[in-house]
Design a protein around this ligand. Structure first.
Ligand code: NDP
Length: 495
């Protein structure tokens, strides 16, 4: 097989002189600084985007405040209609968006189509449905009545204002959609700051949002470095930050938001997610489960599992079966439809993973499979299996965000629970067993925002998602996001 041909519209888009998307259209950046966007599959520069300066940031915030005035007064049904139209437009431009995403992130084209477009449209429609269903409540106060006066009270859910959406590079389209859909359905306006590694698809989506009827300023996109995100959070004209990214940056973002003016913050951070195989598990099912949990999109998924615990008697056969599965993966160009395993998203990340391989060797962990970079201009690393030497091994404790499954044996179920919870993080975990009764008894003992049974990594817009412990604050999806994007106003009336 060979690479699919890029659509003419993709080549045309990549070749543009990309400005900043403010007030419903592109404006020239105030600085001449440019950021190169590099295709991680071959190291080629595919586009350049602007690096926003302070006056661009002021301009975007001003526009978002004006946009908020209009959008927050737009009826819920009209807001929903725009978001539904945008979902249709994502699907109508499916191949173009998927190809742009694959070129900038190295995500294999199947995943770009299925997740970055199809799933993004699915999530967008789910959020759109909420616009007409956000309600307050009525309350009867118990205040004393001295002369026959009575009281009633009700609550209003009001949009929080101008949201700053900061998006990482791993799912630059889908995560941007989660943020803009949460903001727009509740009546907020939003400024998206994509990762400097993957800034392109959201610029195209901003154009589609205008085509769908979104008023100017309701969605602005500022490309640039992390400093642009920092300046937006600390800007007096913004009201909330919704951040998805690493734990250290998330802590800095949270501090910056609090220091600015108690700016509201939702933090969706990383983790070190665990998988526990109970003894009754079928070994082939376990091996398939690890591919799903740890190797989809080369492990670059916040909810992906990185620590795998199997009973001492089963750990060797499970790793053996997994090695066979990994050996059969077709590694190659992400634009080749036959490819099952592509590059990681950038050179820095590839080098970071190389550092983890060295650390594993220096700590005498056993590298069961892989453990090297793949030579060439692209950012490829081998899918890797590691058997940790002790529970203190770095690979069992630090997030790698790569295609590395680290194993450790357990002897008793008490030990399994201790191992699964022995991490400062708590984003996700999964249990694999044929004994659902036992699984349901163990679920409450597991410290994670999401616990899957016989599945891992799969997200649904109706099911709240977010971290406990150091994996974040706040929830996305379900109805839970409404609390984070609205303020609750109480109204009391004497009559
Ligand atoms: P980073 O934390 O490095 O960056 C995330 C975003 O923050 C980028 O847009 C980055 O911009 C921006 N940024 C960097 N510094 C600042 C700052 N001081 N203030 C404001 N914004 C800043 O994460 P990665 O992009 O490397 O993404 C990988 C991480 O994201 C992993 O840890 C992963 O677990 C986590 N993640 C969590 C998810 C969840 O839902 N819980 C989902 C997906 C990923 P720039 O790129 O330009 O530096």
């Amino acid at each position: 097989m060979s690479d699919i041909a890029l659509l003419p519209s993709v080549s045309q888009f990549l070749g543009r002189d990309h400005g900043l998307y403010i007030d419903g259209g592109y404006v020239a950046c105030s600085t001449t600084a440019k950021l190169k966007v590099i295709n991680p599959a071959n190291g080629e520069v595919i586009a350049q985007v602007s690096d926003a300066g302070q006056s661009d940031i002021d301009c975007a915030v001003n526009s978002a405040n004006l946009g908020f005035k209009i959008w927050s007064k737009t009826s819920p049904a009209a807001r929903a209609a725009v978001l539904f139209k945008l979902a249709d437009l994502l699907e109508q431009n499916r191949e173009e968006l998927a190809q742009i995403e694959t070129c900038q992130s190295g995500k294999i084209i199947h995943i770009a189509r299925a997740f970055e477009v199809d799933q993004a449209a699915h999530f967008l429609r789910y959020y759109a449905g909420w616009a007409t269903k956000i309600t307050g409540e009525t309350i009867t106060p118990s205040l004393p009545s001295f002369a026959g006066e009575r009281y009633t009270a009700f609550t209003l859910r009001e949009p929080v204002g101008v949201v700053v959406g900061i998006v990482p590079w791993n799912f630059s389209t889908m995560i941007a959609i989660w943020k803009l859909a949460s903001a727009l359905t509740t009546g907020c306006s939003i400024i998206i700051k994509p990762s400097e590694f993957t800034p392109l698809t959201i610029l195209r989506i901003a154009e589609l949002a205008s085509e769908a009827g979104l008023p100017p300023g309701a969605l602005n996109v500022l490309t640039g470095s992390g400093l642009v995100g920092k300046a937006l959070i600390e800007h007096p004209g913004t009201d909330k930050v919704s951040f998805t990214g690493s734990v250290p940056t998330g802590i800095a973002v949270g501090k910056g938001a609090m220091d600015a003016k108690l700016t509201r913050a939702t933090l969706e951070l990383g983790g070190k997610n665990s998988v526990g195989f109970l003894r009754d598990i079928d070994l082939d099912k376990a091996a398939d489960g690890i591919i799903e949990a740890g190797f989809l999109h080369s492990g670059q998924i916040c909810a992906a599992a990185e620590r795998f615990f199997a009973h001492r008697s089963q750990i060797e056969p499970i790793m053996e079966k997994l090695s066979q599965r990994l050996a059969s993966l077709k590694i190659g160009s992400p634009l080749d439809e036959a490819t099952q395993f592509g590059p990681v998203t950038n050179k820095q990340h590839q080098q970071k993973l190389a550092g983890f391989f060295e650390t594993a060797r220096s700590e005498n962990s056993t590298i069961v499979y892989g453990g090297k970079l793949i030579e060439g201009p692209g950012c490829y690393v081998e899918p890797t299996i590691i058997l940790a030497n002790s529970i203190n091994d770095t690979l069992l404790n630090e997030e790698t965000f790569g295609p590395i499954a680290t194993f450790f044996p357990y002897d008793t179920e008490e030990e399994l629970l201790h191992l699964m919870n022995n991490t400062p993080y708590g984003l996700s975990a999964s249990l694999w067993t044929n004994d659902l009764s036992k699984a349901l008894r163990l679920v409450p003992e597991i410290q994670a925002g999401t616990v899957w049974v016989n599945m891992h990594t799969m997200l649904d817009p109706a099911v709240p998602f977010g971290g406990i412990k150091s994996s974040g604050i706040g929830r996305e999806f379900g109805s839970a996001f409404i609390d984070d994007y609205t303020e609750l106003k109480s109204v009391m009336i004497r009559y």
